[in-house]
Structure formats: structure tokens, C-alpha cells
Design a protein around this ligand. Structure first.
Ligand code: PLP
Length: 233
């Protein structure tokens, strides 16, 4: 099942890259394994996937206890300050950093275990109430500046989630805005590289607009069963 899904996904990535004149090797698939168990993750690794994304600190911690660094972990969900230490312990990259308080706490926890924590700043590129992330450009630039001063933080780029809509133009604008923001920041002398954008429903648009990481769950693992107890993985 996962192998077939992945073959379809890789084919679509390849076609989109051809259309957008991009190299498929520049698109990293983050397999979003939330609600799926260890077996599914292991099956996915057999198909060549190495990067896995989780959106809850407890679920990530549990899976990290079982799989450790056999795979590379990404944290993509809303992060509470009191969970930072668990996430810093397990995640290679935290995609969803959206406040100076979080940045300072991540820096503190990373320093304590002798790690340089790679992060992305999550940007709110739509006005949906449900989406989190940084909003104003000046807020983002000052946080980028703060990150550059902290020794145990490495800011690698930006992340966003497009609004829930069927309107392709709105989705595209959200991804374009993120890319433009990255360019603007880099023009101020910073060196942001990664754009984490695009999920199952919109990754093709994200690739066209410059995504370097796409976060794909259901197109790889199938539909999530939200009634399942995630502790039984
Ligand atoms: C769940 C999730 C995804 C993946 O969603 P799919 O639609 O299953 O591909 C991507 N990004 C974030 C932040 C998520 O929480």
C-alpha cells in the first residue's frame, strides 16, 4: 500500500518538477506519520523514506523511544513551551517556531544537551483564525535577527500552511508570499534556504512556487483514523 502510494507520489513530483523546471532531488519528502504506527513508519523506510514528521510532542517522544535515530524526525505541530525539551531531544528540525519565547526556550534546551537545533519559522500566510504562525514582516525580521544571535539555534528557513480552500489562486498566493518573504530576508544579509510548504492536497502548487520540503501524510499512509488511540502504536 505505502509502496504503491509512494510510487504515485514520486511520479507526480517528477511531473511537476519537469513543468516547473526544477530538480526532483531538491524536493525533500517529509512523511507525516502522525496517527500511524511504528509498522507503517518501518514500511515507509523500506521504500526509501528517511524523514518523518509528527505534530504532537508526546507522540513524537513515544515513537522516538521506539525508533530512536533510525529515522530523521521533524516536528511540525503547535509547540508548547513545556514540551520543548522533549522535541529538542528528538527532532532534527522543528518547523513550527512562531515566537521569541519559543526560540529562547529551544536555545536553552539545546545548549543544555550540547546540540545546535535547526528550526524554521512558521509564517501565517492567510488570515484564517485557525492557523498559527508569525504575521507581520517586522515581527518576522526581528525574530530572524534574534535567532542569529543565539548560539544553539540554526535558522534554516520558513514554513507555512496554505488556507483550507479549493481556490488554487489563494493557495498559490500563500506559497508565493512565503518565498518572497524569504527573498526579502535574505536581501538583508541572512541565508535562509528551506521553504517547508505543501501537503497532500497542494504540494504540486508548492513545488511550482519553490518548496524545498513538502509535508505529506495521507498520500503516503492513507486516511488517518482520528478515533484511534495514538498510544497504541
Ligand atoms: C498533518 C499535517 C500535514 C500532512 O497532511 P496531509 O494532508 O495528510 O498530507 C502537513 N503539515 C502539517 C503541519 C500537518 O499537521
Amino acid at each position: 500500500m505505502i509502496a504503491e502510494n509512494l510510487a504515485v507520489l514520486r511520479q507526480k513530483i517528477e511531473e511537476t518538477c519537469k513543468k516547473a523546471d526544477r530538480n526532483p532531488a531538491d524536493i525533500n519528502i517529509i512523511a507525516v506519520s502522525k496517527y500511524f504506527g511504528i509498522d507503517s513508519i518501518l514500511e515507509a523506510t523500506k521504500c526509501g523514506l528517511t524523514n518523518f514528521g509528527e505534530n504532537r510532542a508526546q507522540e513524537l517522544t513515544l515513537k522516538f523511544e521506539k525508533l530512536g535515530s533510525k529515522v530523521t524526525w521533524h516536528f511540525i505541530g503547535t509547540l508548547q513551551k513545556n514540551k520543548v525539551k522533549y522535541v529538542v531531544n528528538s527532532a532534527e528540525l522543528i518547523h513550527s517556531v512562531d515566537s521569541v519565547e519559543l526560540v529562547e526556550e529551544i536555545n536553552k534546551r539545546a545548549e543544555r544537551i550540547g546540540k545546535i537545533q535547526k528550526i524554521l519559522l512558521e509564517v501565517k500566510t492567510s488570515d484564517e483564525m485557525t492557523k498559527s504562525g508569525l504575521e507581520t514582516e517586522s515581527e518576522i525580521v526581528s525574530l530572524v535577527q534574534r535567532c542569529s544571535e543565539l548560539k544553539s539555534i540554526k535558522l534554516n528557513g520558513l514554513m507555512t500552511m496554505a488556507p483550507l480552500t479549493d481556490d488554487v489562486n489563494i493557495i498559490r498566493k500563500s506559497f508565493k508570499d512565503l518565498r518572497n518573504l524569504k527573498d526579502k530576508i535574505n536581501n538583508k544579509g541572512f541565508n535562509l534556504v528551506e521553504l517547508s510548504m505543501g501537503m497532500t492536497s497542494d504540494f504540486e502548487i508548492a513545488i511550482e512556487e519553490g518548496a524545498t520540503m513538502i509535508r505529506i501524510g495521507s498520500a503516503i499512509f492513507g486516511d488517518r483514523d482520528y478515533s484511534k488511540d495514538w498510544r497504541q502504536i
